[in-house]
Design a protein around this ligand. Sequence first.
Ligand code: GLA
Length: 355
Amino acid sequence: MIKTNLALLKESITHEPSFDGQSARLITLENANGMTVSFMDIGASWLSTCLPVKGEQREVLLRSTNMTEHMKQNAYFGSIVGRYANRIANGQFTLEGHSYQLDINNGKNSLHGGFQGYDKRRWTIKSQSNNHVMFTLESNDGDQGYPGRVTVVVTYTLTEQNSVEITYYAETDKATPLNLTNHAYFNLAGESSTAKSTDHTLILNADYYLPTNESLIPTGELRSVTSTSFDFRQAKSIGRDFLSEPDQEIAGGYDHAFMFSKEVTDGQQDAAVLISPDKDIVMKVKTTKPAIQFYSGNFLVDTPGASKEYQRYDGLALETQFLPDGPNHPEWKKNSGILNAGEIYQHQTSYLFEF
Ligand code: GLA
């Protein structure tokens, strides 16, 4: 009998021990429309989304072959990343008069929380039902160099409208940079298909993007997308203007933060829309976060994946978040991603699949 994708996922991800010597715990949710989504407690990761399309189950998320490979990859497949998503220049920032030095794990910068970011941790499964799973994580004062003890709660819900809703909640006892996101990679033509990220069509309701330097740190400028290859305000094939400008060449494709227009960040409207090459799946991203990192999979070279060795552009990430390197840009005000003691970090992003 041919093993289903879900049986293979369970076997491959729970068979070998994870970082702490124990097996990952896998949670699968299913709705009445036959859509299934799977998560694991390592990194509170979103590992699989299977949609019944044209009489078949289509896996639209990328993931590692097995736990051993998952522990080696640096793509952050489906994981919750934190304490601060994306890069902080030289791993340094100053907050409330104190200077902090973080792990340097990406060139000369700190990426996605450091060597032992939230993606490497075993999260506690706090509650679970047919349609949701709630994960919690305690991040100590000093964790990877960050100040303050932070409690994080991430809840995934699968709705009957075929939406995967992610809610983020956090508190801290000291001011700290905090920028949580999910790092799923999508290929709406199918994880095992030959389609590339560049074959998809994208809408981003964003008037500004952040150009970067060669180590992918934002220069600080919020540049208008008008008349640039970064204008996705009207549906556009990702491949159309691919690598057509120096701001893309520096990153090997798209790997940039886009600032959403304020009016689309109410969590109800479509902030981003991704359309499969055959137009048979439309994914609508709604969020309360101010920005999104659109990453076209530029570093996916030779990464062992569920059905094959992934190559560049085999999937793309749409990571809703605050601005990269925000702690070094207080002029970005509340988009700088600082959470103060006594404040509550509460955000929501949903991925609605129409098929
Ligand atoms: C983010 C970054 C990319 C890359 C991936 C992980 O999307 O912006 O440059 O590091 O994470 O591989």
